[in-house]
Design a protein around this ligand. Structure first.
Ligand code: ATP
Ligand code: MG
Length: 429
C-alpha cells in the first residue's frame, strides 16, 4: 500500500522539538546508509503540539548493526530484541522494523514466533519492512513515522486522519489485535483519556467482548501499563474510560466491586487521581508506592477495620490488608514485592500519627518512611475533614524539623519537589 506522505512544509514536526540524542541517532543511522525514522508516540505528540515523553527510532539496521554503530549501546529484550542507545539522562530505544504476526495460531518457526494461550504472541523478532512495522503497531495514531532523510511524515495506517478526528482506532481487526495482546485494551483507554480522544466504535465493542482476556496478559507488563495509566497526567480522565469500557473489573476485581457499592468510595478514588494529576502538572514525580497507597487507601482502611473487628491487632491488620489485596492483584498486575512493602509501611505508619507524646514524634519524623506516610495522612485528613488538629501538630513539627539541614538529607526526593509549588501539596478541596 502506498503511504500518505506529508512534506516538511505541510506539517509542524520540527527537529527543534526532538531531543538532541534522538536526532543524533537518526542522523548517524542515515549517514551510515540506513533508513531512520522517528516512530510511535513521539511523532503523534509532536503533530499534536505536545511534549513527547520519549523518542523511539525505527530503522532497517539490525540490532547487531546498531550496536556496532554506537559505543553507548546495549541490546535488550527477550520478547523483542532491540537496541538502547544511552545518552546522559536519556535512552533512545532503537528497533529494527518488525514483521507482522503470522495469521495462523501455530508455532511455525521455533524461537521466532510462539503463540500461546488464546492466540497471544509470546515471542516475535523477525524483521520486516517499514509498512509491516507500521501495521503491527497498536493504533493508527501510534503508527506514524518522521523521516530524517527528507523531514516528511509517513502514514501507512490512516493515523493523520484519526489525529484530526481525535479518535483511537485499532490497526486491523480489533478482536484479533486485542486477543494477540490484551494490554492494548488498557492502552486504548490511556490514549483516549490522556489525549482527549474517543475510542472508535468497533474497538469499543471489541473491548466489551474481550475484556476478560486481560487475565491472560503478562502480569509484569500489566504493572508497567497500570503505572502509565495513573502517572500520565490525565489519570482522572483515563479512569473514566476504564469505567466506561468496564476494564476496571478485570483489572482490579475486588476493589472495583467495592467502589461500585458506595459513591463516597468512588469519590475518594477520583480525588486521589485528581491529586495525582495536579502533582504531574506541577512537574512532580510520585513513586508507585504512594500512588497505590493513595488510590487503594480507603479500601485498605476498610479491610483493616474488618480484620480488627475480627480480633487482629491494628498493626497486623493494616499490614495484612495491604498484602492480601496487592498480592491478590498479582494474578493480573504484578506489583513488585518492594512496592507492596512500602505501601504496607505507609498504611502501618498512619498509626504513629496518633502518638504525639514524648520522643516518638521526633523519631518518626526523621525516619525514612515519614514523608510518604505524611503525604497520605495529610491527603486523607483533608479529604475526610478528620484529625485536623493532629495534622496541624505534624505540619508544625515538620516545618521546625525541616529547618535543620542535617535532617533534610534523610528525606526522599519528593520532599524537595513538594516544597516548591504550593499546589503540589496534597489538597482535597
Ligand atoms: P507514551 O507517550 O505514553 O510513551 P507511546 O505511544 O510512545 O506513548 P509506548 O508504550 O512508549 O507508547 O510505545 C511506543 C510505540 O510502540 C507505540 O506508539 C506503538 O506504536 C508501539 N507499541 C507499544 N505497545 C504496543 C503494543 N502493545 N502493541 C502494538 N504496538 C505497541
Ligand atoms: Mg513512548
Amino acid at each position: 500500500m502506498e503511504p500518505t506522505i506529508l512534506k516538511r512544509a505541510d506539517h509542524n514536526v520540527s527537529r527543534k522539538n526532538i531531543s538532541s540524542a534522538a536526532v543524533k541517532v537518526l542522523y548517524r543511522l542515515k549517514d551510515e546508509g540506513y533508513t531512520a525514522y522517528l516512530a510511535g508516540g513521539g511523532v503523534r505528540d509532536l503533530l499534536l503540539d505536545r511534549n513527547p515523553k520519549d523518542f523511539d527510532v525505527a530503522t532497517n539496521a539490525t540490532p547487531e548493526q546498531i550496536r556496532r554503530m554506537f559505543r553507548n549501546c546495549r541490546l535488550v529484550g527477550r520478547r523483542f530484541r532491540l537496541a538502547h542507545v544511552l545518552f546522559r539522562g536519556e535512552v533512545i530505544e532503537t528497533s529494527t522494523f518488525r514483521a507482522p504476526v503470522p495469521d495462523d495460531d501455530t508455532v511455525y518457526c521455533e524461537n521466532i514466533f510462539k503463540t500461546g494461550e488464546a492466540g497471544m504472541v509470546m515471542r516475535d523478532n523477525i524483521f520486516g519492512t517499514p509498512e509491516e512495522d507500521a501495521l503491527r503497531r497498536d493504533f493508527t495514531i501510534n503508527a506514524l513515522f518522521y523521516n530524517i532523510a527528507d523531514f516528511s511524515v509517513i502514514d501507512y495506517a490512516g493515523g493523520l486522519d484519526d489525529l484530526k478526528k481525535k479518535v483511537v482506532r485499532v490497526i486491523g481487526d480489533p478482536d484479533k489485535r486485542f486477543a494477540e495482546d490484551p494490554v492494548r485494551m488498557i492502552r486504548a483507554a490511556r490514549f483516549a483519556g490522556s489525549l482527549g480522544f474517543s475510542i472508535e466504535e468497533s474497538a469499543l465493542q471489541s473491548i466489551c467482548r474481550n475484556k476478560e482476556k486481560l487475565a491472560h496478559a503478562a502480569p509484569s507488563r500489566m504493572y508497567e501499563e497500570v503505572q502509565k495509566l495513573f502517572f500520565c497526567g490525565h489519570a482522572r480522565d483515563v479512569f473514566s474510560w476504564l469505567e466506561k469500557t468496564d476494564l476496571l473489573h478485570p483489572m482490579f476485581h475486588d476493589f472495583s466491586h467495592w467502589i461500585d457499592e458506595d459513591k463516597a468510595r468512588h469519590d475518594w478514588v477520583i480525588q486521589t487521581l485528581e491529586q495525582m494529576d495536579r502533582w504531574r502538572k506541577a512537574g512532580l514525580r510520585v513513586h508507585p508506592a504512594l500512588l497505590f497507597a493513595l488510590i487503594f487507601g480507603e479500601y485498605h482502611e476498610y479491610c483493616t477495620k474488618e480484620l480488627i473487628d475480627a480480633g487482629m491487632s491494628d498493626h497486623d491488620a493494616a499490614r495484612h490488608a495491604v498484602q492480601h489485596h496487592l498480592r491478590g492483584m498479582c494474578d493480573n498486575v504484578r506489583v513488585p514485592k518492594v512496592v507492596i512493602y512500602q505501601v504496607c509501611d505507609i498504611m502501618v505508619n498512619q498509626l504513629r500519627f496518633q502518638r504525639t507524646r514524648g520522643r516518638r514524634p521526633s523519631r518518626f519524623i526523621q525516619s525514612r518512611g515519614f514523608l510518604d506516610a505524611f503525604l497520605y495522612f495529610k491527603f486523607s485528613s483533608k479529604a475526610h475533614q478528620r484529625d485536623l488538629e493532629l495534622l496541624d501538630f505534624w505540619t508544625g513539627l515538620r516545618q521546625n524539623t525541616k529547618q535543620k539541614p542535617a535532617e533534610k538529607s534523610a528525606e526522599s526526593t519528593l520532599e524537595e519537589q513538594e516544597c516548591s509549588p504550593s499546589q503540589a501539596e496534597p489538597t482535597a478541596e
